[in-house]
Design a protein around this ligand. Structure first.
Ligand code: TMP
Length: 220
């Protein structure tokens, strides 16, 4: 199909995800990142879909409540994560990318490898099969991993709000989650960019601005 001369410049949609253990402080920065990205993309007529996992669709949000509140078999937990992900991909992520919009998701499949794989001990092979089934070849173009010592993360979380099922897990659990995130980062061929989340909010914002500059957006 040929583009009309008045169509927005051909900027293909990109899929960016944010990851990290609970308490690493990523959510504050996701929001600022989305605002900056939205401004950058407005010049080329593209939008940003800000979303999250578990969640991102009405069914996904219902599943989120179940997986965060109910205790369940670990394979059931992994299957529900991927069921919600399938719905999210089909209803939200793929259509947005097909329009040329960008998608920023607060967590995606790296979280399943880190939490259900590293944390709970579910086999990586099983998770890889589900990943392939649910996603085909779809992977994030860029993942920003907030890395933090679990002891510092626990101190940040303490008293913030009633902890969910994962937030109540032990320091040993979060150490395994962190190790799996770091292992995946090493093997990611540059897809996963590490942010030292022990830094000040300003320092992290500065590091994110550098990542942002590397995205090659118009006007940046
Ligand atoms: P959030 O509080 O960052 O939204 O994440 C909710 C929790 O769900 C968090 O503790 C990590 C967990 N989680 C998994 O265990 N597996 C997954 O696949 C995802 C996406 C999240």
């Amino acid at each position: 199909m040929t583009q009309s001369p008045n169509a927005p410049a051909a900027v293909s949609g990109k899929f960016v995800t944010f990851e990290g253990i609970d308490g690493a402080g990523k959510s504050t920065h996701v929001n600022a990142f989305v605002v900056a990205l939205r401004q950058g993309l407005a010049t080329v007529g593209r939008d940003v879909v800000a979303t999250r996992e578990p969640g991102g669709t009405p069914l996904g949000e219902a599943l989120r409540k179940l997986v965060l509140d109910e205790s369940m078999d670990i394979e059931t937990e992994a299957l529900l994560m991927f069921a919600g992900r399938r719905e999210h991909l089909v209803k939200v992520i793929e259509p947005a990318l097909a329009r040329g919009d960008w998608v920023v998701s607060d967590r995606f499949t790296d979280a399943t490898f880190a939490y259900q794989g590293g944390g709970r001990g579910l086999s990586r092979d099983k998770l890889s099969i589900l990943e392939r089934w649910v996603q085909g070849t779809r992977q994030p173009d860029l993942t920003i991993l907030f890395d933090l010592d679990p002891a510092i993360a626990a101190a940040r979380l303490a008293g913030a709000r009633a902890p969910d099922k994962f937030e109540r897990e032990s320091a040993a659990f979060f150490t395994r989650v962190r190790e799996e995130y770091l292992r995946r980062a090493e093997e990611s061929g540059g897809r996963i960019v590490l942010i030292d989340a022990a830094q000040s909010i300003d320092a992290i914002a500065g590091q994110l601005a550098d990542v942002f500059a590397r995205l090659g957006l118009p006007g940046h």
